[in-house]
Write a protein that binds this ligand. Sequence first.
Ligand SMILES: C[S@@+](CC[C@H](N)C(=O)[O-])C[C@H]1O[C@@H](n2cnc3c(N)ncnc32)[C@H](O)[C@@H]1O
Length: 221
Amino acid sequence: MDLRHLLHGHHDPAAPNAIGRARAYEALSAVVFAGRRQRLYGRLVELSGARPGERALDIGCGTGYLAGLLARSVTPGGTVTGIDPAPAMIDYARRHARRDHCTFAQGVAEELPCEDGTFDLVISSLAFHHIPEDRRERALAEMFRVLRPGGRLLLADYRPPRGRAARRLVGVTVGPVMRDNRVDLLTPLVRGAGFDVSASGDLRPFLHWVRAARPTGAAGL
Ligand SMILES: C[S@@+](CC[C@H](N)C(=O)[O-])C[C@H]1O[C@@H](n2cnc3c(N)ncnc32)[C@H](O)[C@@H]1O
């Protein structure tokens, strides 16, 4: 049995890669991030350029850890909305995040339960590879739709290790989707959805990120 079976729980065809076991995910995160989670996610918040007063959306928010950090940067005056398909993640996030500034709702990236042009910032970490491959363009079109013109996107996803032994270990423990995750395709996919890409890079130990903006004045795709 690999770690996916411990984390995923009940199968939902609308979100086949939803993580249904929030406490197990948090326990695994403590091991995987090895004390670096706050620094790493703090860096994502910095890269996003989140400012007080902004309305931010965290897609695939999981237990709400990043949403909670983001809330510190958008307050006073701003809000964070977290979306995740797994009811257990949403429950956990509601119980643990900064209640006054964060709200959480069930939904999938490829069909966001949000109005057009509502957000200044869309952020997503470690969730893009969970979206089935044939729905990823649709998910990016949704991110574009819910951002206001000029709104920003920070998309961060899992970057597999380059060494053969480490890649094999990832394959055995968490499966081929993570082992073979093509983060090099993120920038062209984001561009293809109509965004202007301003920067991209890696954050050690295992994140690749892309920063982009919805062009001002652009009509929806
Ligand atoms: C590895 S966790 C990352 C959670 C959180 N963003 C973090 O960085 O700790 C991936 C999350 O993506 C969610 N997910 C799975 N399929 C999704 C989809 N189609 N749309 C949005 N989120 C999805 C899972 O339920 C899970 O909570």
